[in-house]
Design a protein around this ligand. Structure first.
Ligand code: NAP
Ligand code: GLV
Length: 311
Protein backbone atom coordinates (compact mmCIF):
# COMPACT_ATOMS: atom_id res chain seq x y z
CA UNK A 1 0.00 0.00 0.00
CA UNK A 2 1.10 3.64 -0.36
CA UNK A 3 0.62 7.07 1.21
CA UNK A 4 -0.34 9.96 -1.05
CA UNK A 5 1.03 13.36 -0.07
CA UNK A 6 -1.57 15.72 -1.58
CA UNK A 7 -0.67 19.34 -0.95
CA UNK A 8 -0.29 22.78 -2.47
CA UNK A 9 3.37 22.87 -1.37
CA UNK A 10 6.14 24.20 -3.57
CA UNK A 11 9.04 21.88 -4.46
CA UNK A 12 11.27 22.74 -1.48
CA UNK A 13 8.48 22.41 1.09
CA UNK A 14 7.32 19.15 -0.46
CA UNK A 15 10.87 17.77 -0.37
CA UNK A 16 11.21 18.71 3.32
CA UNK A 17 7.91 17.06 4.27
CA UNK A 18 8.68 13.95 2.21
CA UNK A 19 12.04 13.57 3.93
CA UNK A 20 10.65 14.07 7.44
CA UNK A 21 7.68 11.75 6.88
CA UNK A 22 9.85 9.07 5.27
CA UNK A 23 12.17 9.22 8.29
CA UNK A 24 9.18 8.68 10.60
CA UNK A 25 7.69 6.00 8.33
CA UNK A 26 10.64 4.07 6.88
CA UNK A 27 8.53 1.06 5.89
CA UNK A 28 5.98 3.13 3.94
CA UNK A 29 5.90 4.08 0.26
CA UNK A 30 5.23 7.82 -0.12
CA UNK A 31 4.06 9.32 -3.41
CA UNK A 32 3.38 12.98 -4.10
CA UNK A 33 1.81 12.45 -7.53
CA UNK A 34 -1.09 10.01 -7.70
CA UNK A 35 -0.20 9.27 -11.32
CA UNK A 36 2.98 7.60 -10.02
CA UNK A 37 1.08 4.56 -8.79
CA UNK A 38 -2.08 2.50 -9.18
CA UNK A 39 -4.85 4.46 -7.31
CA UNK A 40 -5.86 1.16 -5.72
CA UNK A 41 -2.68 0.97 -3.66
CA UNK A 42 -3.19 4.36 -1.97
CA UNK A 43 -4.81 3.76 1.41
CA UNK A 44 -3.71 6.89 3.29
CA UNK A 45 -3.62 10.53 2.19
CA UNK A 46 -1.63 13.14 4.09
CA UNK A 47 -3.01 16.47 2.94
CA UNK A 48 -2.46 20.21 3.14
CA UNK A 49 -4.89 22.26 1.06
CA UNK A 50 -5.06 19.61 -1.68
CA UNK A 51 -6.58 20.78 -4.97
CA UNK A 52 -10.28 19.78 -5.30
CA UNK A 53 -10.58 16.26 -6.64
CA UNK A 54 -7.15 15.19 -5.38
CA UNK A 55 -8.70 12.45 -3.23
CA UNK A 56 -11.41 11.24 -5.60
CA UNK A 57 -11.37 7.72 -7.12
CA UNK A 58 -9.06 6.22 -4.48
CA UNK A 59 -11.10 3.05 -3.80
CA UNK A 60 -9.03 1.80 -0.86
CA UNK A 61 -8.53 5.08 1.03
CA UNK A 62 -8.81 4.47 4.80
CA UNK A 63 -7.44 7.67 6.37
CA UNK A 64 -7.13 11.34 5.44
CA UNK A 65 -4.60 13.06 7.73
CA UNK A 66 -4.63 16.84 7.47
CA UNK A 67 -1.48 18.85 8.16
CA UNK A 68 -3.74 21.81 8.88
CA UNK A 69 -5.70 22.33 12.09
CA UNK A 70 -8.69 23.77 10.23
CA UNK A 71 -10.31 21.43 7.70
CA UNK A 72 -12.92 23.80 6.25
CA UNK A 73 -11.32 23.93 2.77
CA UNK A 74 -10.94 20.15 2.68
CA UNK A 75 -14.58 19.60 3.70
CA UNK A 76 -15.77 21.96 0.96
CA UNK A 77 -14.41 19.63 -1.76
CA UNK A 78 -17.55 17.94 -3.14
CA UNK A 79 -15.45 14.98 -4.32
CA UNK A 80 -14.09 14.26 -0.83
CA UNK A 81 -14.72 10.53 -0.32
CA UNK A 82 -17.58 9.97 2.14
CA UNK A 83 -17.02 7.72 5.11
CA UNK A 84 -13.23 7.94 5.18
CA UNK A 85 -12.03 9.16 8.61
CA UNK A 86 -10.40 12.60 8.58
CA UNK A 87 -7.87 13.49 11.25
CA UNK A 88 -6.72 17.09 11.69
CA UNK A 89 -3.41 18.44 12.93
CA UNK A 90 -3.29 18.95 16.69
CA UNK A 91 0.19 19.97 17.73
CA UNK A 92 1.06 21.58 21.08
CA UNK A 93 3.78 23.58 19.27
CA UNK A 94 1.11 25.10 17.01
CA UNK A 95 -1.10 25.91 20.00
CA UNK A 96 1.81 27.74 21.61
CA UNK A 97 2.50 29.68 18.41
CA UNK A 98 -1.17 30.74 18.37
CA UNK A 99 -1.00 31.74 22.04
CA UNK A 100 2.04 33.92 21.22
CA UNK A 101 0.24 35.63 18.35
CA UNK A 102 -2.85 36.27 20.48
CA UNK A 103 -0.66 37.69 23.27
CA UNK A 104 1.24 39.93 20.81
CA UNK A 105 -2.01 41.30 19.38
CA UNK A 106 -3.65 41.88 22.76
CA UNK A 107 -0.51 43.38 24.32
CA UNK A 108 -0.03 45.68 21.32
CA UNK A 109 -3.64 46.86 21.60
CA UNK A 110 -3.44 47.29 25.38
CA UNK A 111 -0.23 49.35 25.22
CA UNK A 112 -1.07 51.26 21.99
CA UNK A 113 1.98 49.82 20.21
CA UNK A 114 0.19 49.82 16.82
CA UNK A 115 -0.58 53.51 17.38
CA UNK A 116 3.05 54.23 18.26
CA UNK A 117 4.21 52.43 15.09
CA UNK A 118 1.94 54.70 13.03
CA UNK A 119 3.14 57.75 14.98
CA UNK A 120 6.76 56.85 14.18
CA UNK A 121 5.96 56.81 10.46
CA UNK A 122 4.47 60.29 10.93
CA UNK A 123 7.43 61.39 13.14
CA UNK A 124 4.94 62.22 15.88
CA UNK A 125 6.04 62.17 19.56
CA UNK A 126 2.84 61.60 21.53
CA UNK A 127 2.63 59.44 24.69
CA UNK A 128 -0.79 57.93 25.57
CA UNK A 129 -2.06 56.92 29.03
CA UNK A 130 -0.80 53.48 30.00
CA UNK A 131 -3.40 50.78 30.85
CA UNK A 132 -2.65 47.84 33.11
CA UNK A 133 -3.36 44.30 31.88
CA UNK A 134 -5.92 43.75 34.64
CA UNK A 135 -7.86 46.74 33.30
CA UNK A 136 -8.30 45.01 29.95
CA UNK A 137 -10.99 42.36 29.41
CA UNK A 138 -10.40 39.94 26.56
CA UNK A 139 -12.98 37.58 25.03
CA UNK A 140 -11.66 34.46 23.33
CA UNK A 141 -14.26 32.90 21.02
CA UNK A 142 -13.65 29.18 20.55
CA UNK A 143 -12.11 27.23 23.41
CA UNK A 144 -10.57 24.30 21.58
CA UNK A 145 -6.87 23.62 21.12
CA UNK A 146 -6.02 27.14 19.95
CA UNK A 147 -8.55 29.04 22.03
CA UNK A 148 -7.63 27.39 25.30
CA UNK A 149 -3.91 27.90 24.73
CA UNK A 150 -4.53 31.58 23.93
CA UNK A 151 -6.92 32.10 26.86
CA UNK A 152 -4.49 30.51 29.31
CA UNK A 153 -1.59 32.59 28.02
CA UNK A 154 -3.62 35.80 28.25
CA UNK A 155 -4.89 35.00 31.76
CA UNK A 156 -1.32 34.17 32.78
CA UNK A 157 -0.31 37.63 31.63
CA UNK A 158 -2.83 39.30 33.89
CA UNK A 159 -5.71 40.02 31.47
CA UNK A 160 -9.32 39.49 32.51
CA UNK A 161 -10.26 36.69 30.14
CA UNK A 162 -13.64 35.27 29.22
CA UNK A 163 -14.25 32.49 26.71
CA UNK A 164 -17.08 31.18 24.60
CA UNK A 165 -17.69 27.82 22.96
CA UNK A 166 -20.53 25.51 21.93
CA UNK A 167 -20.22 23.23 24.92
CA UNK A 168 -19.40 24.39 28.44
CA UNK A 169 -15.72 23.93 29.18
CA UNK A 170 -13.70 24.81 32.30
CA UNK A 171 -10.46 26.74 31.74
CA UNK A 172 -8.52 27.91 34.82
CA UNK A 173 -8.83 31.68 35.45
CA UNK A 174 -11.16 32.08 32.46
CA UNK A 175 -14.88 32.87 32.80
CA UNK A 176 -16.50 30.62 30.24
CA UNK A 177 -19.93 30.61 28.63
CA UNK A 178 -21.87 29.04 25.79
CA UNK A 179 -24.97 29.84 23.77
CA UNK A 180 -26.35 32.94 22.08
CA UNK A 181 -27.09 34.92 25.25
CA UNK A 182 -23.58 34.30 26.56
CA UNK A 183 -22.08 35.47 23.24
CA UNK A 184 -23.79 38.86 23.45
CA UNK A 185 -22.65 39.22 27.08
CA UNK A 186 -19.06 38.12 26.37
CA UNK A 187 -18.82 40.49 23.38
CA UNK A 188 -20.32 43.39 25.34
CA UNK A 189 -17.94 42.95 28.26
CA UNK A 190 -14.72 42.76 26.25
CA UNK A 191 -12.24 45.49 25.36
CA UNK A 192 -10.65 43.06 22.90
CA UNK A 193 -12.28 40.12 21.06
CA UNK A 194 -10.08 37.29 19.76
CA UNK A 195 -11.68 34.90 17.25
CA UNK A 196 -10.48 31.29 17.30
CA UNK A 197 -13.62 29.55 16.06
CA UNK A 198 -13.50 26.99 13.23
CA UNK A 199 -15.16 27.96 9.95
CA UNK A 200 -18.51 26.15 9.74
CA UNK A 201 -21.95 27.14 8.41
CA UNK A 202 -22.71 28.47 11.93
CA UNK A 203 -19.64 30.72 12.04
CA UNK A 204 -19.58 31.91 8.41
CA UNK A 205 -20.23 35.67 8.45
CA UNK A 206 -20.60 35.59 12.26
CA UNK A 207 -18.79 38.91 12.64
CA UNK A 208 -21.24 41.25 10.97
CA UNK A 209 -22.69 44.65 11.81
CA UNK A 210 -24.91 43.12 14.53
CA UNK A 211 -21.97 41.49 16.30
CA UNK A 212 -19.74 44.54 15.95
CA UNK A 213 -22.58 46.65 17.43
CA UNK A 214 -22.71 44.27 20.41
CA UNK A 215 -19.03 44.96 21.14
CA UNK A 216 -17.95 47.83 23.37
CA UNK A 217 -17.37 51.10 21.58
CA UNK A 218 -13.67 51.37 20.80
CA UNK A 219 -13.01 47.62 21.18
CA UNK A 220 -10.18 45.80 19.41
CA UNK A 221 -10.94 42.84 17.13
CA UNK A 222 -8.41 40.09 16.47
CA UNK A 223 -9.20 37.46 13.82
CA UNK A 224 -6.78 34.53 13.85
CA UNK A 225 -9.21 31.87 12.58
CA UNK A 226 -10.76 32.27 9.10
CA UNK A 227 -11.52 35.28 6.92
CA UNK A 228 -14.98 34.05 5.87
CA UNK A 229 -16.17 34.49 9.45
CA UNK A 230 -16.04 38.26 8.93
CA UNK A 231 -18.23 40.47 6.75
CA UNK A 232 -15.45 42.75 5.49
CA UNK A 233 -17.70 45.69 4.62
CA UNK A 234 -19.25 45.60 8.11
CA UNK A 235 -15.81 45.48 9.74
CA UNK A 236 -14.62 48.45 7.69
CA UNK A 237 -17.79 50.37 8.60
CA UNK A 238 -17.27 49.57 12.30
CA UNK A 239 -13.65 50.81 12.10
CA UNK A 240 -14.58 53.93 10.14
CA UNK A 241 -17.33 54.85 12.59
CA UNK A 242 -15.14 54.36 15.67
CA UNK A 243 -17.26 51.44 16.92
CA UNK A 244 -14.04 49.42 16.69
CA UNK A 245 -10.67 51.04 17.36
CA UNK A 246 -8.35 48.57 15.65
CA UNK A 247 -8.43 45.17 13.94
CA UNK A 248 -5.62 42.63 13.78
CA UNK A 249 -6.28 40.27 10.88
CA UNK A 250 -4.31 37.15 9.97
CA UNK A 251 -6.88 35.52 7.68
CA UNK A 252 -8.97 36.72 4.74
CA UNK A 253 -11.77 35.69 2.40
CA UNK A 254 -9.27 35.41 -0.39
CA UNK A 255 -5.58 34.69 0.29
CA UNK A 256 -3.23 36.30 -0.56
CA UNK A 257 -5.31 39.38 0.26
CA UNK A 258 -5.97 40.97 -3.16
CA UNK A 259 -4.02 44.12 -4.01
CA UNK A 260 -6.32 47.09 -3.61
CA UNK A 261 -8.32 45.64 -0.71
CA UNK A 262 -8.91 48.41 1.82
CA UNK A 263 -7.45 46.31 4.66
CA UNK A 264 -3.95 46.77 3.14
CA UNK A 265 -3.89 50.49 3.80
CA UNK A 266 -6.50 51.08 6.48
CA UNK A 267 -4.79 52.93 9.37
CA UNK A 268 -6.74 50.92 11.95
CA UNK A 269 -5.84 47.52 10.50
CA UNK A 270 -2.73 45.49 11.25
CA UNK A 271 -2.46 42.45 9.04
CA UNK A 272 -0.40 39.27 8.83
CA UNK A 273 -0.14 36.83 5.91
CA UNK A 274 -1.88 33.85 7.60
CA UNK A 275 1.01 33.05 9.93
CA UNK A 276 -0.62 33.15 13.38
CA UNK A 277 0.23 29.46 13.88
CA UNK A 278 1.99 27.75 11.02
CA UNK A 279 2.30 23.98 10.92
CA UNK A 280 5.86 23.20 11.97
CA UNK A 281 7.06 20.16 9.96
CA UNK A 282 9.54 19.22 12.72
CA UNK A 283 6.80 18.58 15.28
CA UNK A 284 3.90 17.88 12.91
CA UNK A 285 5.52 15.10 10.84
CA UNK A 286 5.81 12.76 13.86
CA UNK A 287 2.20 13.58 14.82
CA UNK A 288 0.92 12.70 11.34
CA UNK A 289 3.08 9.57 11.35
CA UNK A 290 1.66 8.43 14.69
CA UNK A 291 -1.82 8.21 13.14
CA UNK A 292 -0.39 6.19 10.25
CA UNK A 293 1.11 3.78 12.80
CA UNK A 294 -2.22 3.68 14.68
CA UNK A 295 -4.07 2.73 11.48
CA UNK A 296 -1.56 0.06 10.55
CA UNK A 297 -1.63 -1.42 14.07
CA UNK A 298 -5.41 -1.26 14.44
CA UNK A 299 -5.28 1.32 17.24
CA UNK A 300 -7.66 4.27 17.66
CA UNK A 301 -6.99 7.26 15.41
CA UNK A 302 -6.34 10.61 17.11
CA UNK A 303 -7.99 14.00 16.52
CA UNK A 304 -10.75 12.85 14.22
CA UNK A 305 -12.95 15.48 12.58
CA UNK A 306 -16.69 15.33 13.10
CA UNK A 307 -17.85 15.90 9.52
CA UNK A 308 -21.37 16.82 10.67
CA UNK A 309 -20.04 19.59 12.94
CA UNK A 310 -17.40 20.62 10.39
CA UNK A 311 -14.40 20.61 12.77
P1 NAP B 1 -10.88 23.02 17.89
O1 NAP B 1 -9.95 22.41 18.87
O2 NAP B 1 -11.78 22.15 17.10
O3 NAP B 1 -11.77 24.07 18.72
C1 NAP B 1 -12.87 24.72 18.18
C2 NAP B 1 -13.58 25.48 19.30
O4 NAP B 1 -14.60 26.28 18.73
C3 NAP B 1 -14.25 24.57 20.32
O5 NAP B 1 -14.17 25.18 21.58
C4 NAP B 1 -15.69 24.55 19.82
O6 NAP B 1 -16.61 24.29 20.84
C5 NAP B 1 -15.84 25.96 19.36
N1 NAP B 1 -16.94 26.13 18.41
C6 NAP B 1 -17.08 25.56 17.20
N2 NAP B 1 -18.21 26.00 16.61
C7 NAP B 1 -18.77 26.85 17.45
C8 NAP B 1 -19.95 27.65 17.41
N3 NAP B 1 -20.76 27.65 16.36
N4 NAP B 1 -20.23 28.41 18.48
C9 NAP B 1 -19.43 28.43 19.56
N5 NAP B 1 -18.29 27.71 19.67
C10 NAP B 1 -17.98 26.93 18.63
O7 NAP B 1 -10.11 23.92 16.86
P2 NAP B 1 -8.67 24.61 17.06
O8 NAP B 1 -7.59 23.64 16.84
O9 NAP B 1 -8.70 25.38 18.33
O10 NAP B 1 -8.64 25.62 15.81
C11 NAP B 1 -9.64 26.62 15.66
C12 NAP B 1 -9.49 27.26 14.30
O11 NAP B 1 -8.32 28.06 14.28
C13 NAP B 1 -9.26 26.29 13.13
O12 NAP B 1 -10.46 25.71 12.69
C14 NAP B 1 -8.64 27.19 12.09
O13 NAP B 1 -9.65 27.77 11.30
C15 NAP B 1 -7.96 28.27 12.92
N6 NAP B 1 -6.49 28.21 12.80
C16 NAP B 1 -5.85 29.28 12.28
C17 NAP B 1 -4.47 29.27 12.16
C18 NAP B 1 -3.73 30.46 11.64
O14 NAP B 1 -2.52 30.39 11.43
N7 NAP B 1 -4.39 31.58 11.45
C19 NAP B 1 -3.75 28.14 12.59
C20 NAP B 1 -4.45 27.06 13.10
C21 NAP B 1 -5.83 27.10 13.21
P3 NAP B 1 -17.05 22.79 21.20
O15 NAP B 1 -15.81 21.99 21.33
O16 NAP B 1 -17.76 22.98 22.48
O17 NAP B 1 -17.88 22.32 20.07
C1 GLV C 1 -4.07 27.08 9.56
O1 GLV C 1 -4.78 28.01 9.33
C2 GLV C 1 -4.54 25.81 9.99
O2 GLV C 1 -5.77 25.59 9.99
O3 GLV C 1 -3.71 24.94 10.31
Amino acid sequence: MAILLATDFGAAELALWSELLQTELPAETLVSDRMDCDPGVIDIAIVANPPPGALSCLPNLRLIQSLWAGVDTLLRDPTLPAGVPIARMVDPAMNQAMAQTALWAVLSLQRDFFTYAAQQRAMQWLPHPQRRADEVSVAVLGLGQMGQAAARRLAGNGYRVSGWSTREVAVPDVATGSGEAALARVLGDASIVVNLLPLTPATTGLFDRTRFAQMRRGAGFVNLARGAQVVDADLLAALDSGQLRHAVLDVFHSEPLPAGHRFWTHPQVTLLPHVAAQTDPRSAAPIAASNVHALREGRALQHLVDRRRGY
